[in-house]
Structure formats: structure tokens, C-alpha cells
Design a protein around this ligand. Structure first.
Ligand SMILES: Nc1nc2c(ncn2[C@@H]2O[C@H](COP(=O)(O)OP(=O)(O)OP(=O)(O)O)[C@@H](O)[C@H]2O)c(=O)[nH]1
Length: 621
């Protein structure tokens, strides 16, 4: 307990304030004093009429609780912690100090031999610190709960808390609790579990740190742990050296309990080496200090060691006295191993007194109890391991599920991205297709336009000579094959040169396009018209005999005369001469045209502005 107390003192009760007032200590200085010189601090704080201005009432209570804890006085430590906690507004106003007071009371409970009473407060402090990202409080609380678990002989949970505290302190070296201090406590657990080889590196880390920091009290404790672990591995020489250094330093800092612990271990070495007298003297010296400090565990242990020496010396009376003392401090419920040790020493005493039968009965009852205890411990350990395994299995499963979720999210994101890429691709493709379609349509339109330009007469909009002659040839051949009537008319505007000369070329052009559009209006849809010369046009009348064609031609003549009314040019007169021919005389294409041309010539000859038929016709006109 002394060891744990010293380790706790070095770690959790640190404050993070820096105000220094004249003639007064600062809070960190008071805090340091609580560990280095607790008696002085108690006198300072209890003799003063008022609480120093740098301290709140809660700080004051916490310092006093810490100081009494340092002096191994559990009751006042508990009372001061409770006085601090009496302020109902504290939890709200200063949750850090509130939880530190709870932790101070928890470790004081431990000192009082009731560690279980502190567990809830330590666990609450851990939860609060985790929820509020208070790593400093978290490490202190884990450290304290680890110490409580050690006292409750629950080494598995102690190691879990302490290892977590060690990791956190390693990640954040600026915390009040240094990882080397946690290392000292972890080493203690290993030592209690008789795993000295595991304890040694942690003790070594603690020794190096405390030596560098010149924390003499803590160094003495760490040296004690290291010396004891090395002694247990069989290296008595090095163990003795370390324990002796521990005792020397404890003496320098007036840590009497520390001196007693070291002396007791040194006594153990002396005993192994057969120096019984030295051993006895050291045990007695240690026992005296343990008695003064009311250190029940060590009083029990040291009395037991002295009883064994007395047995070796065959001093039954002395042995009985020490055994009686030891029995006084044992609680078989909470200290079953120590109770067994007392019982077996008792059996040895009975044997020394010649009471062999009773000794035998006691030993065999003891053996059975030991067996039961071992089984119980194994079952508990098994249960703890089982719980631990279940928790870890659940954590592993949760981790796996979390990983699967993450994977699913990544897959969803990838699918989404793929979907959007596809949509984008579709949109782009559609846009491209649309563009290509537009280009294609425009190209087709342009092509059609170019074709139209190539086939059409620019001024009048009717077919040009090349196209109308091509169409004539087609219609002529078709009419021949199908034995259909086909008529053609050649139209020539009269006195056109005069129009040009008299009214200008522009008026001539206007007459030309007005005449062409007049023809298009008057002709049937199946009729075809084209411009074959300056003021000369040809009209093809498919499936039309001469009589029908003549009717149409005459109507054209009449309508052409009306053109001058549309063009208000005084003296302008527009007329047309038309020569008509029909294919029914089985002419060739050229002869067919020539016949129509000849009829035109006749119309001109006859005075213009009239229709003439080819004169070789046999059918009636
Ligand atoms: N304004 C205009 N005049 C044209 C065009 N093409 C030809 N001409 C003119 O048309 C006139 C045709 O004259 P001619 O061949 O002597 O015939 P005409 O004067 O109509 O006499 P007849 O045919 O005998 O009645 C010429 O003076 C040409 O220059 C054209 O596209 N526009």
C-alpha cells in the first residue's frame, strides 16, 4: 500500500495554475508541498485563519486530503475530500476539481482498506474525462482505478487501465502524469503476479525517470520495486544493492515507511543467505515502523516472517507471539492467502511443540482450503478471461462491421461516380449525335440548295436550260414508251430589245421574272417550265395533246398582256409569241423542238402576240 500511495502521489494530484501572490505560494507550489512535505502543508493550511486567496475552498480541501493521504492517514484524507465535495455547485462550476476530489477520496478509501468503495467514483471520472476530452484527468483516473484493482487483486483489469494510461501518457508527454510513473505501477502488478521478469523493464523505466527528475521519494519507491523484482529472479547481489540505495534515499527524505519496506526486503535476503540474526534485527526494525504507521498488511507480513525466524531458532514462545500478532491483522475474507500462510506456520509451531496429530490435521485442512482457493481463483481468472474474450470478440466484430460499412460506402460512392460518368457520357454522346445530325441536315440542305442553284435560273426561278432539256428528254422518252401525248411550247417575249432599250435593263429583268412567275401560276403542277435563252422559255405539257396545250398557251398570251398593268411604266407593252408542237407525229426529240421553234417563228412572222401550231400537224387543233 505504501508503494501504491507513493506512486499515486507522484501522479494524479497535480494542478495546472500559475498565479503566484506575494507572501503566498502558488497553487502548483502548494500541490508540490502536499507530496514533498505534507506535514508542513497541513500546518500552513490549517493554522491560517483564512484560505489563501490563491486557493478556492475546493482546492484547499483537495490539498489537505492529498497531504493526509501522503501521511497514510486515510480518515482525514476521506473527510477533507468529502468537505470539498459538499459544495453542490462544484460539479457544475469546476468539474475537474470535482473529479479530482472524488479520486482523492477513492484512493483514501483504498488506504483505509476499502478499495471497492472508490471504484464507482474512479469509473465516473474516467467516463467524464473521455466525454470531455480531458486526457489529464483520464490518465489520473485510470491510474487510480488501476491502483484500486491492484488492491482488489484484480490484476487483469488493473493492467488494462494502467496500460491504457501508459499509452495516453506516451502520446501526450506534457500531462501531469508521466508514462514512467504509470510504468512503475504496471511493474508492481507484474511483480504481484510473480512475473518479475516482466516487471523489471517497467521498474527500470521508472527509476531512470525519477532519478532524472530528482524525485527522491518516488526514486526510493522505484528502486525498492526494481530491487525486489531482481532479488526474486535470483540476483541477490544486485537486488541487495538496489534495496540498500532505496533505504538510504528513504532515510534522506524521512520516508520511514519506505525505510521499513526496504529493510524488510533486505532482511529477506539476509535470511536466504543464512544471516538469521541480521534478518531478525532488520525485520524488527521494520515492524516497529509499520506499527507506528498502522500499516496492517506489512504488520501481518513482518510478524509472519519473524514467527518463521523464531521457528528456525526453535523459539516456540516467540513464534506464538508473532503468530498471534499476525492473526490480529488478518481478515480471512479479504486476505485468504495470508490467512493460509498463518495457518501453515501455526502447523509448524504445533509440530515444534510435538503436537504432530493436530499439526497434520491443520496442514491437511489448510491444503484443502488452498486447493479450493486455487480453484476459485482459476475460475475467477477464467471468467475474467472469458468476459475479456467476449468483449474483444464483440469489438473485433464491430470493427469488422465498421470496415464493411466503410467498404460499402466506398463501393456506393464508386457506383455513384460510375453512374454520373455514364450519365455525362450519355449527355455528351446525345449532344454529339444532335450536333452531327444538325451538321448532316445542314449539309443536305446546302447540297439541295447547291443542286437547286445548279438546276435553276437565277433571275426567274424556273429550270435553267440544261435542266429543262434533260427533263424534256426524259418526258419525250416516257411519252414514246407509253404512247402518250406530249406537247411543248416555246415562248419568246416580243420586242424585248426595245423594252431594254426604252426602259432599262432592270425593267427588262422585272418583265422576265414577272412573266416567269405568271407562267408558273397559270400552268398545271405537272407542266414543266425552263428558260432556254435570254427572253425565251420552253413549257413541257406531259400527257397533253395539242388542243389542250393550245388552250393553255392562249391563256398565257392573254395574261402576259396584263403584265404592263402591274408595272406602271408609261408606254410599256408586254406580249409573248408561242410556238406549239406535239409528239404524235413520231418525231425525234430534236425534230420535236425544231417543230415548236418553227411554229414560234410563224407566230413572230404573223405579227407576234399569238400562238402558232407546227404546220405539219394532222390532228385537229
Ligand atoms: N433585261 C434583259 N435583257 C436580256 C436578257 N437576256 C437577253 N436580253 C436581251 O433581249 C434582247 C432580245 O432581242 P432580240 O433577239 O432582238 O429580240 P426582240 O427584241 O425580242 O425581238 P423579237 O423577238 O423579234 O420580237 C436582247 O437585246 C438581249 O440583250 C436578260 O436576261 N435581261
Amino acid at each position: 500500500m505504501h508503494v501504491i500511495r507513493c506512486l499515486i502521489l507522484g501522479s494524479i494530484f497535480s494542478f495546472v495554475f500559475s498565479t503566484v501572490l506575494a507572501n503566498e505560494l502558488s497553487l502548483p507550489e502548494y500541490s508540490k508541498l502536499a507530496k514533498t512535505d505534507p506535514q508542513v502543508l497541513i500546518e500552513l493550511l490549517t493554522n491560517a485563519n483564512t484560505v489563501p486567496s490563491v486557493l478556492s475552498a475546493a482546492d484547499n480541501a483537495l490539498l489537505l486530503s492529498t497531504a493526509y493521504y501522503a501521511l497514510s492517514q486515510a480518515q482525514p484524507a476521506i473527510e477533507y475530500a468529502e468537505a470539498g465535495l459538499a459544495d453542490s455547485a462544484l460539479q457544475q462550476q469546476n468539474p475537474i476539481v470535482f473529479h479530482q476530489l472524488k479520486l482523492a477520496r477513492a484512493v483514501a478509501y483504498d488506504l483505509a482498506g476499502t478499495p471497492a468503495k472508490g471504484l464507482v467514483d474512479a469509473s465516473n471520472a474516467i467516463t467524464w474525462a473521455q466525454n470531455n476530452q480531458q486526457t489529464g484527468v483520464l490518465v489520473g483516473a485510470l491510474f487510480s482505478r488501476g491502483a484500486l484493482y491492484i488492491s482488489l487483486v484484480n490484476y487483469l483489469d488493473a493492467l488494462r487501465d494502467l496500460n491504457l494510461a501508459y499509452q495516453l501518457a506516451e502520446q501526450q508527454p506534457d500531462l501531469d502524469t508521466h508514462k514512467a510513473e504509470v510504468a512503475g505501477m504496471i511493474a508492481l502488478v507484474y511483480e504481484y503476479r510473480r512475473e518479475d521478469a516482466l516487471a523489471i523493464p517497467y521498474f527500470t523505466e521508472a527509476v531512470a525517470y525519477q532519478r532524472a527528475e530528482k524525485n527522491w521519494l518516488e526514486l526510493s519507491v522505484a528502486l525498492y520495486g526494481l530491487g525486489r523484482a531482481i532479488k526474486n529472479t535470483g540476483d541477490l547481489k544486485q537486488g541487495l544493492a538496489l534495496l540498500t540505495e532505496s533505504a538510504t534515499i528513504a532515510r534522506q527524505v524521512d520516508d520511514f515507511q519506505g525505510i521499513a519496506y526496504a529493510e524488510k526486503e533486505i532482511a529477506g535476503i539476509e535470511l536466504i543467505q543464512g544471516h538469521n540474526a541480521n534478518a531478525k534485527q532488520l525485520f524488527q526494525s521494520a515492524l516497529q515502523i509499520f506499527n507506528q504507521g498502522d500499516n496492517r498488511y506489512m504488520q501481518l507480513d513482518t510478524n509472519l516472517s519473524l514467527a518463521k525466524i523464531a521457528l528456525l531458532e526453535q523459539d516456540a514462545k516467540q513464534a506464538a507471539q508473532h503468530l498471534q500478532q499476525a492473526e490480529h491483522f488478518v481478515n480471512p475474507e479479504t486476505m485468504p492467502i495470508q490467512a493460509l500462510a498463518i495457518e501453515s506456520t501455526k502447523a509448524e509451531l504445533l509440530a515444534l511443540n510435538g503436537e504432530y496429530k493436530q499439526a497434520y490435521q491443520l496442514l491437511s485442512a489448510n491444503q484443502q482450503r488452498k486447493q479450493r482457493l486455487d480453484n476459485q481463483q482459476s475460475a475467477e481468472q477464467l471468467h475474467q478471461l472469458r468476459v475479456k474474450y467476449d468483449v474483444e470478440a464483440q469489438q473485433a466484430e464491430n470493427k469488422l462491421l465498421a470496415q464493411q460499412n466503410t467498404l460499402q460506402q466506398i463501393q456506393n460512392a464508386a457506383q455513384n461516380q460510375q453512374k454520373w460518368s455514364l450519365i455525362l457520357l450519355l449527355v455528351l454522346s446525345s449532344a454529339l449525335i444532335f450536333l452531327l445530325l444538325m451538321l448532316f441536315l445542314r449539309a443536305r440542305k446546302n447540297k439541295r440548295y447547291l443542286e437547286l442553284l445548279a438546276e435553276t435560273d437565277g433571275l426567274t426561278g424556273v429550270y435553267n436550260r440544261r435542266k429543262i432539256m434533260e427533263l424534256f428528254q426524259q418526258q419525250f422518252e416516257l411519252a414514246q414508251r407509253s404512247d402518250q401525248a406530249l406537247s411543248i411550247a416555246i415562248l419568246d417575249l416580243d420586242w424585248f430589245k426595245q423594252i431594254n432599250d426604252q426602259f432599262g435593263h432592270q425593267t427588262g429583268d422585272e418583265v422576265l421574272w414577272r412573266f416567269a412567275s405568271l407562267c408558273k401560276q397559270q400552268l398545271r403542277k405537272s407542266d414543266l417550265i425552263g428558260r432556254i435563252g435570254g427572253e425565251e422559255f420552253i413549257v413541257i405539257f406531259p400527257c397533253t395533246d395539242l388542243a389542250a396545250a393550245e388552250q393553255l398557251a392562249k391563256r398565257l398570251c392573254a395574261k402576259t398582256r396584263e403584265l404592263e398593268t402591274m408595272m406602271p411604266k408609261p408606254g410599256l407593252s408586254v406580249s409573248v409569241s408561242i410556238g406549239l408542237a406535239c409528239n404524235q407525229q413520231l418525231l425525234s426529240g430534236t425534230e420535236f423542238i425544231a417543230a415548236a421553234d418553227k411554229a414560234l417563228y410563224l407566230a413572230k412572222q404573223a405579227g407576234r402576240d399569238q400562238v402558232k401550231l407546227a404546220d405539219y400537224r394532222k390532228l385537229s387543233v
